[in-house]
Design a binder for this molecule. Sequence first.
Ligand SMILES: Nc1ncnc2c1ncn2[C@@H]1O[C@H](COP(=O)(O)OP(=O)(O)O)[C@@H](O)[C@H]1O
Ligand SMILES: [Mg+2]
Length: 258
Amino acid sequence: MSPAGLAPHDPVRSPDAGPTRPVGGALPAPDADVVAEPGPLLTTGHRADVFVLDDHTVLRRYRSGEDASAEVEVLRHVSGHGFPAPAVFAAQGPDLVMERLHGPTLLQALAAGEVSLPDGAAILLDLHERLHAVPAPGAARAGDVVVHLDIHPGNVVLSEARGPSLVDWASARAGTAALDVAVTSLLLGEVAVDADGDYSKGARALLAAFATRSPVSPLETLEEAVAARSACPSRLPEEIALIGQAAALVRELMRVSH
Ligand SMILES: Nc1ncnc2c1ncn2[C@@H]1O[C@H](COP(=O)(O)OP(=O)(O)O)[C@@H](O)[C@H]1O
Ligand SMILES: [Mg+2]
């Protein structure tokens, strides 16, 4: 699954979040550089590289140098509500030092046939339901919950210790559950409508199972999700076309299921 882009960066920010934010009084000390010399590269994502620090700890570093400190707040908040996400130990500038999750991503497990498509959809649905039980922090609108806005199989790590856990909180903010469901549907749909993509067929089946079983309809805020995903300034015209096709696929799958 390689969704072409990401939802707009609009994380939940705490007004008192400084540039350096040690969390939980833990390791390592957040000095001038959180980690000057990272260990071996574990993996790379769309925007960040993840390095091994030791068996329990990784460093996630934005390649662009953008600031990651706001993600600490939302990670602390959801973890405090028992949601499965890595514990954060330190943050500064583009660096986050956090708990290392051991296990494949849901994308890797699906590709290897270790997890079936219905089970993959069930994992995505369960993470949505659990996340949307977490109230938004601070002065959010009444009824708002925490939304991640980038829930897809590449951002779910099947942790041996914690079970399915969500990483990559760059886009998280306060919002409605329906928007997360719509964004995930689009992310899956964009892979499904990419005719040349390796995961096109699997993504379509995953989308069908996810969207039609979700207790919250993806149609409620589909237009808002399309606008949010299309608004990114670096978006190419062909990517915007895929988003539109993905929305049409979501509507079609919902229509035939009812
Ligand atoms: N705490 C973690 N422990 C182990 N692996 C992680 C952790 N956080 C991220 N990863 C791995 O690194 C990849 C990239 O991280 P992610 O936060 O998704 O960055 P990007 O924004 O570049 O997609 C993830 O898909 C996952 O495989
Ligand atoms: Mg990611």
